[in-house]
Design a protein around this ligand. Structure first.
Ligand code: KG4
Ligand code: ZN
Length: 348
């Protein structure tokens, strides 16, 4: 079974081909021009998707050595994300499926991130706890296989905790803006922090109580702001070494909190396999510290390759493939849902 997956929920245009569960190609263009505006401009993102969608899909097909007549289904993201951006990939995907007379599968962007560790091996076994850390979400999820495997969903999700305010990636982006470094801020803070002292400023770690699996990053972001004001920070005059030290100190606080909660969730739910997904999973300090911490605790850690951390068509194609195997085809009336949830949150 050969599936085309399309991802256009934010500022990456991406398409991928999967055949019988094996990834054949994944082509992504990140719209870097947003950096000059300090954040994603939704209307410009939609226009760029409109220009890129045909060449990106073509390139994904060519790289995979697949003709579109060989496709068995088209999968595209239908939420959450920016409505104008989602609509480009979704309308394109539905039209292509209609034109080729094959099924269309709508994919939830959050579900795709959660399952991005299943794109390529080694893969976690079930149940596992996944931490999705992206620009829009910070969510701890227990992922399990339903009792009867044809139960209507490829997997079962239970949200264990999520952010009450800013997402981890959003905090990286906002702090980067305060420090006068470009958008997206995460990769730039990551790069600067490599030469910084993480103990330079003791920023607060928002744990929200010993046992809590919820997150909150807006207080931490505000402490960075107050620190910068108090110390008379000025991008053009502050030494670059000091900027690196502040970036490293902020990053250390975020990483400490993310790791603490992920390990706590693994303990609470007695799982051996833990996973991280989403753009912030590309963070080198998070990866390094988590590798060490999981080894110490005897846990198996799964983090996708860099290109499957940030938004990508491969994760959409993979979920599309899993849904198709269970006969979960979508109606062509499926429309964009900017606030789509992974699942309803139930109290423990
Ligand atoms: O998953 P993603 O590509 O898009 C969303 O669905 O939001 O995540 C984008 C986020 C941005 O906030 C970006 O700053 C952050 O991921 N990010 C990073 C790194 N690379 C991307 N944050 C920290 N360190 C990185 N290396
Ligand atoms: Zn994402």
């Amino acid at each position: 079974m050969t599936i085309l997956g399309i991802e256009t929920s934010c500022d990456e245009t991406s398409a991928a081909l999967i055949c019988d569960g094996k990834l054949l190609s994944n082509v992504t263009v990140a719209q870097f021009f947003h950096s000059k505006y300090g954040g994603v401009v939704p209307e410009l993102a939609s226009r760029a998707h409109q220009k890129l969608i045909v060449p990106i899909v073509d390139e994904a097909l060519i790289k995979a050595g697949i003709r579109k007549q060989q496709l068995d289904a088209v999968a595209a993201v239908y939420g959450p994300g920016l409505i104008g951006s989602i609509l480009i990939g979704l309308s394109f995907g539905k039209s292509m499926a209609l034109g080729l007379g094959i099924p269309f599968v709508g994919v939830n962007h959050m579900e795709a991130h959660v399952l991005s560790n299943l794109i390529e091996g080694p893969k976690p076994s079930f149940p596992f706890v996944n931490l999705t850390v992206s620009g829009g979400h910070t969510q701890l999820v227990l992922v399990d296989q339903p009792a009867g495997s044809l139960a209507g969903k490829p997997f079962e999700y239970r949200i264990l905790g999520e952010t009450m305010d800013d997402a981890a990636g959003e905090a990286f982006d906002k702090v980067a803006k305060m420090l006068g470094i470009g958008y997206p801020g995460g990769p730039e803070i990551d790069r600067l922090a490599q030469s910084g002292n993480p103990k330079y400023v003791d920023f607060p770690r928002p744990y929200l109580g010993e046992d809590s699996l919820e997150f909150s990053f807006s207080g931490l972001k505000t402490s960075v702001l107050y620190y910068l004001r108090r110390t008379g920070f000025d991008k053009s005059r502050t030494e670059s070494k000091v900027i690196a030290d502040i970036a490293a100190s902020f990053q250390a606080a975020v990483v400490d909190v993310l790791i603490h909660k992920l390990l706590l969730a693994a303990k609470k739910f007695s799982v051996r396999d833990i996973a991280v997904a989403g753009g912030v999973a590309a963070n080198s300090e998070l990866r390094r510290t988590l590798e060490k911490a999981s080894e110490d605790k005897g846990l198996r850690l799964f983090i996708p390759k860099f290109e499957y951390c940030t938004d990508n068509g491969a994760m959409i194609a993979m979920v599309g493939y899993m849904k198709m195997k269970q006969g979960m085809v979508s109606s062509l009336e499926l429309t964009a849902e900017p606030n789509l949830q992974l699942t309803e949150r139930v109290s423990p």
